[in-house]
Design a protein around this ligand. Structure first.
Ligand SMILES: C[S@@+](CC[C@H](N)C(=O)[O-])C[C@H]1O[C@@H](n2cnc3c(N)ncnc32)[C@H](O)[C@@H]1O
Length: 286
């Protein structure tokens, strides 16, 4: 089960109004969605995710608040459509808790993890797009190296890419992890395949492009006085959020509510180590 990150901070910065309209852009298992829905009287929360399986679980997990929730499956670029479909034009708050959920990460069939064997899929939306297997088996060595270097910040990317190309066809998550482990021996605590898996996941789901889209269209959807809250887990994502928020501040379109990003308390990270790298930023639209 996914434990929602920074629940108290999310609620504080969204400043939920009981009659407000909210978007949970990354509903996942529905944890944050339920927290928002619980605080609504006549308001509505639009629970969006690109992963149909997760959305189904969110639906079950939030059944007690069903009357206050509208579900929508889609990527960040379809959030406008989700809001319109629910009968609204602007919202009072938008939350994005980026990345993948614990469920996606640990379910072997989804192919995100090298801790158990599974198909090399890694697509958040399993109905469309290239899988990680397509990427590792058909991308040219140089392009693969660039991708692993840029997205995974893996200094040994060229060695990894060469080993992958030699070992083709790569058939499963454990097969890929083994190929990487043989190419670049373990140096620290991190499994040598960690950065390669991260890079592939980002590429398969176009996570950088998705975040750019969210930071462009999100502020358009939030009405004056409304809040936007973004939680990132990777420094490259947090940097983008910081820069875009600053830009909106300079343009006098928003006020930044978090001068520095908020991080989970020691108590939260003790209970949920996966929250460790979370950084939350919030703004209010003018
Ligand atoms: C960290 S989890 C969210 C967990 C959720 N807040 C909860 O409390 O259960 C991130 C979710 O965002 C979804 N996601 C990531 N990128 C997305 C995108 N570009 N469009 C829509 N959903 C996305 C993933 O499928 C995943 O379910």
């Amino acid at each position: 089960m996914h434990i929602s990150v920074m629940p108290a901070e999310v609620l504080e910065y969204l400043a939920i109004k009981p009659a407000g309209i909210y978007v949970d852009a990354t509903a996942g298992m529905g944890g944050h969605t339920a927290l928002i829905a619980e605080r609504l009287t006549t308001g509505v929360v639009i629970a969006n995710d690109r992963d149909a399986e997760s959305l189904e679980m969110a639906r079950r997990n939030t059944a007690a608040h069903a009357t206050r929730i509208r579900f929508h499956q889609g990527r960040f670029d379809s959030l406008g459509e989700a809001v319109e479909e629910a009968g609204f034009q602007r919202v009072d708050g938008l939350l994005a808790d980026l990345g993948v959920s614990r469920y996606q990460l640990t379910e072997p069939e989804r192919g995100f993890s090298f801790l158990a064997d599974g198909p090399l899929d890694m697509r958040m939306d399993q109905t469309s797009g290239m899988t990680a297997a397509d990427l590792v088996n058909y991308t040219a060595e140089k392009a693969l190296a660039d991708l692993i270097f840029q997205y995974g910040e893996e200094r040994r990317a060229r060695k990894v890419a060469r080993a992958i190309v030699r070992a083709r066809p790569i058939r499963s998550t454990l097969h890929l992890a083994d190929v990487v482990l043989r190419a670049v021996p373990r140096t620290g605590r991190l499994h040598p395949a960690t950065k390669t898996f991260m890079a592939l996941r980002m590429a398969v789901n176009d996570e950088p492009g998705e975040l750019d889209g969210l930071l462009r269209t999100g502020p358009e959807l939030v009405g004056p006085g409304g809040r936007m809250v973004v939680i990132s887990f990777m420094s490259i994502d947090d940097r983008k959020v910081k820069e875009r928020f600053r830009e909106l501040g300079r343009e006098r379109r928003a006020v930044i509510l978090t001068k520095h990003p908020l991080q989970p308390s020691d108590q939260e990270t003790a209970q949920n180590p996966a929250a460790r790298s979370a950084k939350l930023r919030a703004l209010e639209m003018l």
